[in-house]
Design a protein around this ligand. Structure first.
Ligand code: F6P
Length: 327
């Protein structure tokens, strides 16, 4: 039987994502409901090491469910990946009496939590908070839905101007090494081509297809490129396209950090609320060192050590759909 958890520390770590605030709120309010004390750890693992840890109350999380970013702030902390850094963090938590942690972040953050939970007697729960959706064991990551909707809105607008000028646009979206934002936003905007890191990009095929379109006077084309694509980003793609299709009016748009900000969508608020609630229950009932996910609309728990290794796969059917629909 696991020791009873009485004081929970909650933090956000790595790149922020819309819905992190909704998750923090859910952790704080569920903890309070169950009579626990909750502490906010500022700037991820940096705040743990620097003892920047503040008590949180129900009112501390009022009026944040609709806000992007994270009220706890976030950081990527190299020091935590060294033994000494983790020791400092542990001493600070121990002094306050924190005996359970909820880490909202991506796979890098879970890697830290996994090492920490093995070294010390403080259980950690991970909540997948990343726009990239590059984590297995969950159908959703907090922030992906909002980010992809932001990308869709932007690409729709770009198509309006592309259409007015008969232009070919190469649009780069975020996702680090994952192509989910590109795939989903590309399909949803009817992009003619989508380039993702999960598949080897055949530039010759892309060029031939664009040349064929040019011949039949289909001049408005949207090529959505994931930033991690193996051929390179939008500028590399555009360079070759310009060389091989000199008559096309080619333009580049990099959507960038706009995809990380903004008010979270309804879906992101809902999953963040469910996951935050489930994280507290995990700590209370001894389901320790897991990542909370949602699979087929049911809560799903993946051991942290597995969550840091597994990636979501993209099925070939998605790419077949792109080819069939974007002709
Ligand atoms: O992981 C989220 C993410 O936005 C990636 O899509 C992107 O590659 C990276 O973070 C950008 O990081 P930074 O904000 O540190 O430049």
């Amino acid at each position: 039987m696991a020791n009873k958890v009485t004081k929970i520390g909650v933090m956000t770590s790595g790149g922020d994502s819309p819905g992190m605030n909704a998750a923090i709120r859910a952790v704080v309010r569920t903890g309070i409901y169950y009579g626990l004390e909750i502490f906010g750890i500022m700037r991820g693992y940096s705040g743990m090491i620097e003892n920047d840890i503040v008590p949180m109350h129900s009112r501390s999380v009022a009026n944040i469910i609709q806000r992007g970013g994270t009220v706890l702030k976030t950081a990527r902390c190299k020091e935590f990946f060294e033994k000494e850094g983790r020791k400092k963090a542990y001493d600070n938590l121990k002094q306050i009496g924190v005996d359970g942690i909820v880490v909202i972040g991506g796979d890098g953050s879970f890697r830290g939590a996994d090492i920490f939970a093995r070294e010390y007697d403080i259980p950690c729960i991970g909540l997948p908070g990343t726009i990239d959706k590059d984590i297995a064991g969950t159908d959703f990551t907090i922030g992906f839905d909002t980010a992809v909707n932001t990308a869709v809105e932007a690409i729709d607008k770009i198509r309006d101007t592309a259409d007015a000028h008969d232009r070919l646009f190469i649009i780069e979206v975020m996702g680090r090494d994952a192509g989910y934002i590109a795939l989903h936003s590309g399909i949803a905007t009817g992009a003619e081509h989508i380039l993702i890191p999960e598949r080897k990009t055949d530039m010759e095929e892309l060029i031939l297809s664009l040349q064929e379109k040019e011949k039949r006077k289909k001049l408005v084309n949207m090529v959505v490129v994931a930033e991690g694509d193996d051929f390179g980003g939008a500028y590399e793609v555009a360079k070759l396209v310009k060389e091989r299709l000199p008559n096309a009016e080619t333009r580049v748009a990099i959507l960038g950090h706009i995809q990380r900000g903004g008010s979270p969508s309804c879906l992101d608020r809902l999953i963040a609320s469910r996951m935050g609630y489930a994280a507290v229950e995990c700590l209370m009932y001894g389901r320790h060192n897991v990542m909370v996910g949602i699979l087929n609309n049911k809560m799903h728990y993946t051991p942290l050590e597995k969550a840091v290794k597994a990636k979501q796969r993209i099925s070939d059917e998605w790419l077949k759909i792109v080819k069939i629909l974007a002709s």
